[in-house]
Design a protein. Structure first.
Length: 259
């Protein structure tokens, strides 16, 4: 058994000595891990293997051509020499990198669909992939849509500059909670009031709760105004409370006096 182990080790060393390594460096860490695989073409015209940005592959000595498909084109490197026992690093910098990162409340990426289109009408699709993935692009300007709930999210005219990575980040937007407390003589009068929530500075109604229950709202982050209608027959017939700012996941209470 010892003899077999020694023989296998010798064969392994001999094989390593008969091959070299090709490493693909695309903008260092910026491009490492991009999903576009480069195809390695041997002198006979056949594909000898594939390698992704930041990775290496073992190859028999010889001359190779690298064909790296990118979104919107391809990059070709001819005359790449591989020598036994050595690593040949091929560096590529004239590309752009795009990554869309979506985080939920646990900090993980759920893997939403990402669609990349041209910026001009009819907004032709140029790529689709999963959030969290990294892709290599020809330098350009694009629109990006991610299928994150509730209605997705869009970035317009994202510049993809050569030698740079564009990272688009979307954290989960949590509903904010707004409690509106109408009072008279500091006593709650929910049973006799109607509360309407409006977008700040507009007459656009977002939500409404009538008399008889607590006026507690679940709202998207943003700025709001509140209109309170008093149906008790005492005090002010109505009151306004403007400029209520709600952050993602915040809980805000606003007291509205009606006397």
């Amino acid at each position: 058994m010892l003899a077999v182990a020694v023989l296998l080790a010798v064969v392994s060393i001999a094989h390593a000595a008969q091959t070299g390594n090709l490493k693909l460096d695309v903008m260092g860490d910026e491009g490492a891990g991009a999903k576009n695989p480069a195809h390695l073409i041997a002198a006979n015209g056949k594909e000898a293997g594939q390698v992704t940005a930041g990775a290496s592959v073992a190859l028999p000595p010889g001359e190779y051509k690298i064909v790296l498909p990118i979104v919107g084109g391809q990059i070709v490197k001819d005359g790449v020499q591989i020598e036994a026992g050595r690593t040949h690093t091929v560096m590529i910098a004239n590309v752009a990198v795009l990554q869309v990162s979506v985080k939920d409340k646990t900090g993980t990426d759920p893997g939403f669909g990402v669609t990349v289109t041209t910026t001009d009408s009819p907004h032709t699709k140029v790529a689709s992939f999963i959030s969290g993935d990294k892709y290599l692009f020809a330098p350009s300007q694009v629109d990006v849509h991610v299928d994150a709930p509730p209605q997705g999210y869009d970035w317009h005219a994202v510049p993809l500059a050569p030698g740079h990575r564009a990272t688009l980040t979307l954290d989960e937007v949590l509903k904010a909670e707004l409690l509106v407390q109408p009072v008279m003589s500091k006593i709650p009068i929910d049973n006799a009031t109607r509360v309407v929530v409006l977008r700040a500075g507009t007459q656009t109604k977002v939500a409404e709760i009538g008399p008889g229950s607590e006026h507690r709202f679940k709202l998207d982050p943003g700025n709001y105004d509140v209109y309170v209608e008093n149906r008790s027959g005492k005090g002010k017939p109505y009151a306004n409370s403007a400029g209520i700012h709600l952050e993602s996941g915040a809980k805000v209470e606003r007291t509205v006096p009606l006397d």
